[in-house]
Design a protein around this ligand. Structure first.
Ligand code: G
Ligand code: MN
Length: 286
């Protein structure tokens, strides 16, 4: 059924062969496992630091979902996020992440000196906003977790909001006026980046890692990154460079006055325990 739906003509029939049977069985197992996984606490959040390029201080974390499967070990989100979206489980999962990450962040703010303003970024998809109470529900959740709305950063891709209607935009606006931050994920890879910037007032643009990968190689990428950083300064938006993996990139980004960065150079996504440890001192910049 999913296969037929994913074709250009969703009404078309698809011949069901043995290979597809095997795929369907595998997929059904994945779905069943996922339903159990939430109740059994198999999902965990890893936290990847987002640091100041001036000081190396960890300013926030991005919450990244991981599945600790009892037989298969750590299962990558690439394998299950698509299924979660198609089956609607993504909503339940997203709420779980929002709540867990918000609670944890508030705990760190109170517990570890110097981190009272620690923020948390959570990836959300347009599907979550189809619930018409999304904004109110999230604001109540934050209140319950005692986290001020300004510390919650929702990461959205341009793509995930392209097909959505006014109702979704209204929910976003409501969150925005309550202080929740909106961050554009993978910026530069969508179709209509610039017109979207006009429609919303985003707090942060996260430059897609494909630009950062090539930033030091004297080509277009470097000019594009510099242009996005300047855009951020002019439009009073924060900029985060994603996927920073080496010290040359750090040095160049600092020269360009890019305010924040994230990537393996600073830290991989960390377990809760390890994340706790990196909060007590700045990360090294070079
Ligand atoms: O699309 P988004 O930016 O939310 O993707 C986050 C993913 O990127 C995570 O799964 C994380 O493990 C991965 N990631 C984080 N830092 C780096 C990096 O420096 N290089 C690469 N290749 N991937 C990274
Ligand atoms: Mn992200």
């Amino acid at each position: 059924m999913y296969r037929a739906k994913s074709l250009d003509e969703p009404g078309d029939a698809v011949v069901f062969d043995a290979h597809m049977h095997a795929t369907a069985v595998q997929r059904l197992r994945l779905e069943t496992d996922m339903r159990r996984a939430i109740d059994r606490g198999e999902f965990v959040i890893h936290y990847q630091p987002i640091v100041s390029l001036q000081t190396g201080q960890v300013l926030s974390f991005e919450a990244l979902l991981r599945w600790q499967h009892p037989q298969r070990g750590l299962v990558s989100p690439n394998e299950f996020i698509g299924v979660a979206e198609e089956t609607g489980m993504i909503s339940e999962l997203s709420w779980w992440i929002l709540k867990t990450a918000a609670t944890q962040t508030r705990r760190w703010q109170k517990l570890i000196p110097g981190n009272a303003d620690l923020g948390i970024s959570v990836n959300v998809t347009g599907a979550l906003f189809c619930n018409e109470n999304m904004a109110d529900d999230l604001l109540s959740l934050l209140e319950e977790c005692d986290l001020q709305p300004g510390y919650m950063h929702l990461e959205i891709t341009e793509r995930s909001f392209m097909d959505h209607q006014d109702a979704v935009l209204a929910e976003l606006d409501k969150l925005k006026s309550a202080g929740v931050q909106l961050h554009v994920d993978d910026f530069g890879t969508g179709y209509s980046s610039l017109s979207y910037l006009k429609r919303y007032s985003y707090d942060t643009l996260k430059i897609d890692r494909s630009f950062i990968r090539d930033v030091t190689s004297m080509g277009d990428a470097s000019a594009i990154v510099q242009a996005i950083v300047s855009l951020g300064q002019d439009l009073k938006m924060n900029i985060v460079a994603e996927g920073v993996e080496n010290v040359e990139q750090v040095q160049l980004l600092r020269k360009m006055d890019c305010p924040e960065a994230q990537g393996y150079w600073f830290s991989r996504p960390l377990t809760r325990e390890k994340a706790h440890q990196v909060l007590s001192q700045p990360l090294k910049l070079n």
